[in-house]
Design a protein around this ligand. Sequence first.
Ligand code: KG4
Ligand code: ZN
Length: 328
Amino acid sequence: MKVLAIESSCDETAAAVVEDGRVALSSIVSSQVDLHAKYGGVVPEVASRQHLLKIVPVIREALEAANCTLDDIDAVAGTRGPGLAGSLLVGYNAARAIAFGRGLPFIGINHLEGHIYANWLVEGPEPEFPALCLVVSGGHTDLVFMRGHGQYERIGGTRDDAAGEAFDKAGRLLGLPFPGGPHIAKAALEGGPSSLELPRAWLHGTFDFSFSGLKTAVLHTVREGRYPVPEVAWEFQESVVDVLAGKTSRLARELGARNVLVAGGVAANARLREELQRRCPVPVRIPPPKFCTDNAAMIGAVAAFRLELGERTPPEADIFTTNDWAAV
Ligand code: KG4
Ligand code: ZN
């Protein structure tokens, strides 16, 4: 079964053709990052306008790269939420329109579930249940227990900033380009341990996270001006990675998870990947970086297993902007 999947929840216009939920025949991502960089963050109006310009060429390119036409497609999937309303509407409506026009099954997909299912696009043995998922993106930081396909229980998550958001805000304070995550990771390569100690919010007795205190500490450190950027970047990254890997490994042990599945843009972070692998008591699966950050192949991966169960999204179903794991 070949699914044409479309994703436009934030600032990437993406389309992919995915076979049987496991193989990305193509995955095209048109990033708007340069357009938003000068504003230091994503500007929703700019994003939706850009999606409108890119959506048709990106879909065409995804079909061509997969060596197919719409005649070869068996179903269409589109990201339904969460995300920016104006952005979601473009890709979701394009997906609905193609499905309607071609008389194909249509399914709307949760973006965060997509991030988790990027782990099914990796060659090798399938992830095993029960699995503990660490979802770390620009907008979300959640620890979710997954007993089986499509079954989610949120155990903990951030009480303030998402991990990616913390990277982006710290990057801005350090004068690094947007988005901060990859630039902090790069700057940290030139740093190392120093006398600088940034706080870790352990929130003992919970599996929650908090990154706002860390952000304030970065602000004070930058104002003091005693430490060069690479050292602050290094210690900031260590602080985030320490708490994420520490809590994830402990929870995996407590729940008896058979796998840890890591998902979302921050999962592209090499230090986080390394520490999770080192500390977790069970195999840790992390998609390759191109499937960690926003893409449409992950949406096609979820679509396949849901379509197989007979699930379809009715044409009148609208987008949604906030996430509820209990409703996924
Ligand atoms: O999942 P994603 O592509 O979009 C959302 O759904 O939010 O995640 C984007 C986030 C941004 O905050 C970005 O700074 C972060 O992922 N990110 C990273 C790295 N690459 C992307 N954070 C840390 N290290 C990286 N290498
Ligand atoms: Zn995302």
